[in-house]
Every structure is written in C-alpha cells, then in structure tokens.
Design a binder for this molecule. Sequence first.
Ligand SMILES: Nc1nc2c(ncn2[C@@H]2O[C@H](COP(=O)(O)OP(=O)(O)OP(=O)(O)O)[C@@H](O)[C@H]2O)c(=O)[nH]1
Ligand SMILES: [Mg+2]
Length: 236
Amino acid sequence: MIYVVIPTYNEAGNVERLVGEIRALDLGLRVLIVDDSSPDGTGAIVERLSREMSEVEIIHNPGKVGLGKAYIEGLKYVCDKGADAIVTMDADFSHNPRYIPELLDGLRKADVVIGSRHVPGAQLNYPWFRKTVSRLAVSLARWLMGLRVRDSTSAFRCFNKEAIQFILERDIFSEGYIFLVEVLYLLYLNNFKIIEIPIVFEDRVLGESKMSAPREIVKGVRGLLRLRMRQVDSSK
Ligand SMILES: Nc1nc2c(ncn2[C@@H]2O[C@H](COP(=O)(O)OP(=O)(O)OP(=O)(O)O)[C@@H](O)[C@H]2O)c(=O)[nH]1
Ligand SMILES: [Mg+2]
C-alpha cells in the first residue's frame, strides 16, 4: 500500500485537481491530506472528495500546527495504516504528480528518493530571488551540516517504510523548512541511501505563497544553526 501525504493550508483552488491527477496515474495510490483548518475551505472540499473516493482520507487539525507537525501527523497516520512506501508533496502543483512513478521506482535502489531542483536535468521555475534563496539554503545545509544532498529542502520525496519508521522514532526538533533538512540529515547520518531525480519545479499558479522571503530566510538560517549546534552538543 502506497500513500501520498499532502499538507494543505489554503489550497482550495488546487486540491481537487491534484487529487484527480494522482488518481489518473492509476497506480492504486492512497491520498492523505493533512489540513490545518484552512480558512478558504480546503478541508470541506477534501471532506467531500473523501466521501466520493474511498482512496482519499483527511486529517483535520483544529488550527494551524505548521508544516513540520502536519507532516509528522500524516506520516504517523499512514504508518499505522500499514503503508509500505510514502510520497510527500506540496498541493500547489510545484510538484507535478507525473514524477511519482519515477520516485517510486527509485525505491528499488534507495531508501529515500528526492524530486530535486538542483541536479543536472532539473529546472527551477522561480523568480530570480526565490531561486537564489533556494540555492543558498541548500548550499548552507551542505556546508554547515555536511549533508551530501543537492536539494535538501525539497518536499517532493518518496520514502520506504524503514526510513519513515526511523524518522517517527526520533524527536524531530526543527520547524518549518528546516524540518525537511533535519529529516534528511538524520537518515543520511544513519546510512539510509538517498538518491535524487531531476524534476521541473513550477512556481505556484493558484493560491497564495506562505513564504514571505525575508522572514523565512532569517528563520531558516537560525534553524540551521540551531540544528548544527545541537549536533555538536550531542556528539560531545
Ligand atoms: N497543514 C499545513 N500545510 C501547510 C502549512 N504551510 C504550508 N502548507 C502546505 O505545504 C505545502 C508547501 O507550502 P507553500 O506555501 O507552497 O510553500 P512554498 O512552496 O515554499 O512557497 P509558495 O509555493 O511560494 O507558496 C503546500 O501544500 C501548503 O498548502 C501549514 O502550516 N500546515
Ligand atoms: Mg509551494
């Protein structure tokens, strides 16, 4: 059983089409949406979809718990359901579902497969500023943490059961985007095999960005430094 886990916050314009495209892959995938009571009614749309389609499920959070917590909740839920493999992705079509078969195929030779914006053959269709921020973030993660992954902040990923169970047994300490780095870092340190496949990443068309760049940059750098300090502390 394979689950696609998608956190949502105000994705009313995207979520139904996205679920449709995932179903159209015809791979028998189950879809779990983790919605933080989106004010735009995303939750109600998915609620309807889940009544119409047996493979769609939803977790409603009573308020905005944030991306990291939403992910952990979703991963726990699908593990308890007995998922053998899990794909994670954004709801805004930056992550095109057409890559899902290739991500899953990668699990034949790795524990984690990343849909990467920073490997040869990939394309990142962001305005120049966001592109620069994305490049700097992954370079900083490589340099500070020694994480040998090209796109450590990509949320388009596929994990096998062992990798997810390992993560769920750990206390993930970072929030926001750095949560994504910490997850990979823990797997990397513990010799899980991680590979990357190139994707074309599109900027969102519908809905609003939740990423206000300057604030996110400060939060990101601080989060990475905290993670690095924690690593130094725990290795003493
Ligand atoms: N459950 C939940 N989902 C969230 C939260 N913040 C963002 N998301 C979802 O996480 C995914 C990624 O968030 P985005 O806002 O697209 O962030 P981004 O891709 O860095 O930036 P933009 O595409 O420019 O908005 C999307 O599916 C969002 O709806 C949150 O606090 N809770
Ligand atoms: Mg996005």
